[in-house]
Write a protein that binds this ligand. Structure first.
Ligand SMILES: C[S@@+](CC[C@H](N)C(=O)[O-])C[C@H]1O[C@@H](n2cnc3c(N)ncnc32)[C@H](O)[C@@H]1O
Length: 276
């Protein structure tokens, strides 16, 4: 079976540590849950037949939904072809700034918004997703003279996977998305990471702070009490070690490159925590 790959570059994307993650996935489970799905690296790798995927990022989840509709999917690709042909710095800012006028922005079709999301992801600086306090995408131009917005074969594989299996796509807070998880299901939790130093963590308008990590640890425990298999990844920080003591904490070394400061990129220690 040909496996799909993430169609966006996502901060915290799991491609580099996929092999490590796979080592800890339970051999058997019922429904797969990924409440912070982002680019979906592990989802596409495991390709479960029954899954619930979710992210708070509205534009990202709209793109997943468009990929589930053949007609909209084709229209999105046509818009992307047009964006690639017109790509320039000026054009980038024209597309980026469409969300400055909420009236016209809300009237855009879902497939045009999906094309905008993919185009901005590929053409912006370093594939970051960042919005200001008004929810306006504000990442500068990535200075690429040419952009390839999509790999047609991969998008078809991803679209086939999403439509031919039982995949529920949500756009809510993770707690809401996990309400239906039952004994025997498997939940992979990949939240915005905690940090001991101040590095980039602001994925959405809401942010995810230390209290959010504490609340998440409580949800981890609730799921564990129900008999759900739970696996979580995060940085190896003092808070994370403290919140998950008593569970299995596996230390791994990962290469990370989403950091605005090139000098600070490099190896960091991450953890994969399981309750089984
Ligand atoms: C570390 S990233 C996930 C990376 C992903 N596993 C991948 O491979 O690309 C964290 C994600 O959590 C999402 N997020 C932040 N707060 C959230 C919340 N309260 N509920 C659901 N998703 C949230 C962000 O939009 C972001 O996509």
């Amino acid at each position: 079976m040909i496996k799909g790959k993430p169609f966006v570059k996502w901060a915290g994307g799991k491609r580099q540590i996929l092999d490590k993650l796979k080592e800890y996935v339970p051999v058997e489970y019922n429904t797969y849950y990924e409440p912070f799905v982002g680019g979906g690296a592990l989802l596409f790798e495991l390709a479960p037949k029954h899954a619930v995927i979710n992210d708070l990022n509205k534009e990202l989840m709209n793109t997943y939904k468009v990929l589930c509709d053949e007609e909209k999917f084709k229209k999105m690709c046509r818009v992307l072809n047009n964006y690639e042909a017109n790509h320039s710095e000026e054009f980038y800012y024209e597309i980026r700034n469409k969300d400055r006028n909420k009236n016209t922005y809300n009237k855009l079709s879902d497939y045009t918004r999906a094309a905008r999301t993919i185009y901005l992801n590929k053409a912006c600086f370093n594939g970051l997703y960042r919005v200001n306090s008004k929810g306006e995408f504000n990442v500068p131009y990535g200075k690429k003279t040419k952009v390839n917005t999509y790999d047609g074969n991969n998008l078809i594989t991803v679209s086939n996977y999403l439509t031919m299996n039982d995949i529920k796509i949500l756009n809510v807070d993770y707690k809401e998305a996990l309400k239906t998880a039952k004994k025997g299901d498997f939940v992979y939790i990949d939240p915005p990471y905690d940090s001991d130093t101040a590095i980039f963590t602001n994925y959405t308008e809401t942010g995810f702070n230390k209290d959010s990590q504490r609340e998440l640890a409580f949800v981890f425990k609730e799921l564990s009490d129900k008999g759900v298999f739970v696996m979580l990844s995060n940085y190896n920080t003092t808070l994370i070690q403290d919140l998950y003591k008593g569970y299995h904490i596996h230390l791994i070394e990962a290469k990370r490159n989403i950091n605005a400061n090139a000098k600070k990129r490099g190896s960091v220690f991450e953890v994969i925590i399981t309750n089984y």
